[in-house]
Write a protein that binds this ligand. Sequence first.
Ligand code: ATP
Ligand SMILES: Cc1cn([C@H]2C[C@H](O)[C@@H](COP(=O)(O)O)O2)c(=O)[nH]c1=O
Length: 212
Amino acid sequence: MKTKHAPLFITFEGIDGAGKSTHIATLAQRLREAGRTVRVTREPGGTALAERLRELLLQEPMDALTEALLMFAARRDHLVRVIEPALAAGEVVLCDRFTDATFAYQGYGRGFDLVVLETLERWVQTTGTGLRQPDLTLWFDVPPATAAARLAGARQPDKFEAEPLAFFERVAAGYARRAAGSPERVVRIDAVQDVAGVWAQVEAVCRQRGMW
Ligand SMILES: Nc1ncnc2c1ncn2[C@@H]1O[C@H](COP(=O)(O)OP(=O)(O)OP(=O)(O)O)[C@@H](O)[C@H]1O
Ligand SMILES: Cc1cn([C@H]2C[C@H](O)[C@@H](COP(=O)(O)O)O2)c(=O)[nH]c1=O
């Protein structure tokens, strides 16, 4: 008989180049070995519509309110079509970025009104099951200069990656504020360490939470 698992919504946060994607893949594999059905997804994106919005968001200049609204529009579509159904089926959802990114990038990075973001968060994340928030957020904390060095020459920078170091200093400070505000949900990962050292921290957090 198949064991019924509790659904689990885990988000990965941090500035561009912090190492999120690298460790999402490893965690997905580890959870599958532990018998879980795992959905790996990302924001902005994760549905056909949200991926089209992602193209616009990552390439087109726009004002801060337009950017925030499109991020939340993409999130709503992703939440109702992918995240909620997967959780209802008992899957683990590993999501590369979620609403902490909107607070960090649009709020702290661009200086957009945090109270408006809180209102949008409530509207967008309220579904039939209540206000959806991640069960666990792994925050990959790395200095902007280190992240930039990791990304240098790796690919053509998108609109966000082309922002100056000062923007990423504000985004990083925003993540620190978000983590301080939700210590039960957000776990800081020292992402300066090498890949093995970072994975050891992720592994330890997941083990402590009984994931395997
Ligand atoms: N701990 C690490 N030490 C050194 N290099 C790393 C480490 N983790 C990841 N990298 C490398 O840094 C680059 C960025 O990693 P990755 O794509 O995982 O970051 P990311 O946080 O997902 O970035 P983005 O948000 O821009 O997609 C890759 O070339 C990856 O191989
Ligand atoms: C969800 C979300 C994302 N962003 C920014 C952060 C990144 O620069 C890009 C996504 O690119 P990645 O390679 O997939 O990390 O989008 C944002 O500004 N606000 C958000 O809510």
